[in-house]
Design a protein around this ligand. Structure first.
Ligand code: ATP
Length: 346
C-alpha cells in the first residue's frame, strides 16, 4: 500500500508563504495532478513529498509510515523531472539499470527488471542505443523507465512533458496515461497545463497562492468549480461568470428570467461554460438577449464574444450559424450545467 497523506504542510521561504497548511490524501495507485499557475507552490509541495525540501510545519506519510524526517532515498519514491535528465554517456540499458546498480542488485535481477520495464515502455528495441540517438519522446520514456525500474511505491513527476513540442506532447500524454495505468504506481504529477491535468488525473488538486482551492475528480472540477479562480483556470475559453439578480421565484439577467430560483446565495454569480449556451429563437423561455461583439471562427465552432447587460460573455456555437457582429442573439443556458457562487467567494 502506498497511499500518501500530506498533513497540514506549510512552507515559508523568508517572508514568502509558499504553502499554507496543505492537506491532501492520495489513495494507493491513484494518479493525482497538482495543477496551478506559476508560483502557486506545486513544485515546492512535490519536493517536500520527495524529501528534497523540508516543510516548515506539518507531516508526510507514505503507506502509513511517517517519512517527514527521512531522506529521499528512504522514502521509496522515484522522480521524473522537467528536463528528464538521462545520462548521455550510458546506453538506454544502463540508464534504466542505474538505480538497480546503485542498490547493488545482482546482474540477473538487473537484466530481468530492465527487460520488464523497457517492454512496458515499448523501448526494449532501443536498449543498446545512447540518448543522442533517440527522439525526445523516446528519451522521455527512458527517464520514466529508469524511475519505474527501482519499483518505487510512489512516482513523482514535475512537468515531464513540458520540453516536448505540441504534437509529441499530445502523443506522449496518451502514451503516459496508458503506461501508468499498466504500472499501477501511486503517482503525483505537477503541471500548469489544464488539458494535461484533465486528461491524466484520477483527481486534480487545483492550487493557487500556496492553497488547494479544490480537490476532486476532473469532471467535477470542470463542471462544478468551487471558486471563480478554478472555473477560469480550467477550460479554454474559461467559464463565464455573470452577476445575476433574484426576482420573484426567478433568476434574472437584466429583465430576462433564465431559471427557476434555486437555493441561491444572496448576491449570486452564475457560472456557465461557453459550450453550455444554446442559440434559441427570440423571447424563448429561460433565455436572454445578448449583443454579438466579436466572432472568431475556430474550425469546430465559432467563438462569440457578447455583451449581456453590460457584462462580457463568451459562447461557442455551431460553425454554420449565420451571425454578424452587432446582431442580437437569444441564448439559453443548459439548466443542469449552471453553477452558483456567492459574489464574495467569486
Ligand atoms: P512553476 O510552475 O513556475 O514551477 P510552482 O507552482 O511550482 O511554479 P514553486 O516553485 O513551488 O511554484 O514556488 C512557490 C513560491 O515559492 C514562489 O513564490 C517561489 O518564488 C517561492 N520559492 C520557491 N522556491 C524558493 C526558494 N528556494 N527560495 C525562495 N523562494 C522560493
Amino acid at each position: 500500500m502506498a497511499d500518501i497523506v500530506v498533513d497540514q504542510v506549510s512552507k515559508s521561504f523568508g517572508s514568502i508563504n509558499a504553502l499554507k497548511e496543505i492537506r491532501l490524501e492520495i489513495k494507493d495507485q491513484e494518479f493525482v495532478v497538482l495543477l496551478g499557475p506559476s508560483g502557486c507552490g506545486k513544485t515546492t509541495l512535490l519536493r517536500i513529498i520527495a524529501g528534497l525540501e523540508t516543510a516548515s510545519s506539518g507531516s508526510i506519510r507514505i503507506g502509513g509510515r511517517d517519512v517527514t524526517r527521512l531522506p529521499p532515498r528512504q522514502r521509496r519514491i522515484a522522480m521524473v523531472f522537467q528536463n528528464y535528465a538521462v545520462f548521455p554517456h550510458l546506453t538506454v540499458f544502463e540508464n534504466i539499470a542505474f538505480g538497480l546498480r546503485m542498490a547493488k542488485k545482482p546482474d540477473g535481477d538487473v537484466k530481468r527488471q530492465v527487460g520488464r520495464v523497457s517492454q512496458l515502455m515499448h523501448i526494449d528495441h532501443l536498449l543498446e542505443r545512447y540518448p543522442a540517438q533517440l527522439s525526445g519522446g523516446q528519451r522521455q520514456r527512458v527517464a520514466v523507465a529508469r524511475a519505474l525500474a527501482v519499483e518505487p511505491e510512489v512516482l513523482l513527476m514535475d512537468e515531464p512533458l513540458s520540453n516536448l513540442d505540441a504534437l509529441l506532447r499530445l502523443e506522449m500524454r496518451t502514451e503516459l496515461k496508458k503506461l501508468l495505468q499498466e504500472s499501477r504506481t501511486t503517482t503525483i504529477y505537477v503541471t500548469h497545463d489544464q488539458v494535461e491535468a484533465m486528461s491524466l488525473a484520477d483527481r486534480i488538486a487545483v492550487m493557487r497562492n500556496g492553497d488547494v482551492e479544490q480537490y476532486d475528480v476532473p469532471m467535477a472540477v470542470y463542471q462544478r468549480p468551487a471558486t471563480r479562480f478554478v472555473g477560469s483556470f480550467i477550460g479554454n475559453p474559461p467559464m463565464n461568470f455573470l452577476n445575476v439578480r433574484r426576482g420573484s421565484g426567478q433568476v434574472l439577467i437584466g429583465e430576462a428570467a433564465i431559471a427557476a430560483l434555486v437555493d441561491l446565495p444572496s448576491e449570486p454569480v452564475m457560472g456557465v461554460r461557453p459550450e453550455d449556451l444554446s442559440v434559441v429563437t427570440p423571447n424563448s423561455p429561460n433565455a436572454f438577449p445578448a449583443h454579438v461583439m466579436v466572432i472568431e471562427p475556430l474550425g469546430p465552432h465559432l467563438l462569440l464574444s457578447l455583451d449581456v447587460d453590460g457584462q462580457m460573455l463568451r459562447a461557442t456555437v455551431p460553425p454554420d450559424l449565420e451571425v454578424k457582429a452587432g446582431a442580437t442573439l437569444w441564448l439559453r443556458p443548459h439548466s443542469d450545467r449552471l453553477c452558483w457562487l456567492p459574489r464574495a467567494a467569486a
